[in-house]
Ligand binder design. Structure first.
Ligand SMILES: [Zn+2]
Length: 210
């Protein structure tokens, strides 16, 4: 199964991704992770990517595509993969179509006003990264998993959240159109519970697996 995950900040992409990984044993491929890995190991492409990042420039599409392509040819992807954070543009989507056959694009659809509340009320564990929402914390200030201190991310404030959502929308709308034309978009309502979202996605994935 070759799938792509799309979802605005706060839409629950991380939660859905980990459920899909557990259930379908697909490698979760995030461009952030593979960039970090290539840079850390000083691979030729990692060195090129780092030269742009060090200058504060965007890594060009062709470099990003090369890094993704290399990752997709590894052994653990032979039964499929789940891409997260890539493609971000139609040019990248076209490049991806040249190297692999994307089967399904899962788009977690959530009303932006709901995302605003989710993100601004989010508290994150300083130690393990687990996130919580103030409405469920009952005043607790530490992580129930590891005891770490909870904090509010700097970018989880109304102004920044609004601009993150605007950027996401501007960037993703053309991608959704691109994959809709290919008949590959699967919209799932992300306003419900994580369990409910996963159930809908699992139905679709099970049908795909047959
Ligand atoms: Zn924790």
């Amino acid at each position: 199964m070759n799938i792509i995950l799309l979802g605005a900040p706060g839409a629950g992409k991380g939660t859905l991704a980990s459920k899909i990984v557990d259930e379908y044993k697909l490698p979760h491929i995030s461009t952030g992770d593979i960039f970090r890995e290539n840079i850390k190991n000083q691979t030729p492409i990692g060195v090129v990517a780092k030269s742009y990042i060090d200058k504060g420039q965007l890594v060009p599409d062709e470099v990003t595509c090369q890094i993704v392509e290399e990752r997709l040819t590894r052994e653990d992807c032979k039964n499929g993969y789940m891409l997260d954070g890539f493609p971000r543009t139609n040019a990248q989507a076209e490049a991806l179509d040249k190297i692999t056959n994307v089967e399904l694009v899962i788009n977690i659809d959530v009303d932006f006003s709901l995302l605003m509340g989710r993100l601004c009320g989010r508290r994150v564990c300083k130690d393990c990264g687990e996130s919580y929402h103030i409405t469920r914390l009952n005043g607790a200030t530490t992580c129930s998993r590891c005891g770490g201190e909870l904090y509010q991310r700097k970018d989880d404030n109304p102004e920044t959240v609004q601009s993150r959502l605007d950027v996401y929308n501007a960037q993703t709308a053309p991608l959704i159109e691109y994959y809709t034309k290919q008949g590959k978009i699967f919209n799932v309502n992300g306003s419900t519970t994580p369990e409910d979202v996963f159930e809908k996605v699992a139905e679709k994935l099970n049908a795909l697996r047959k």
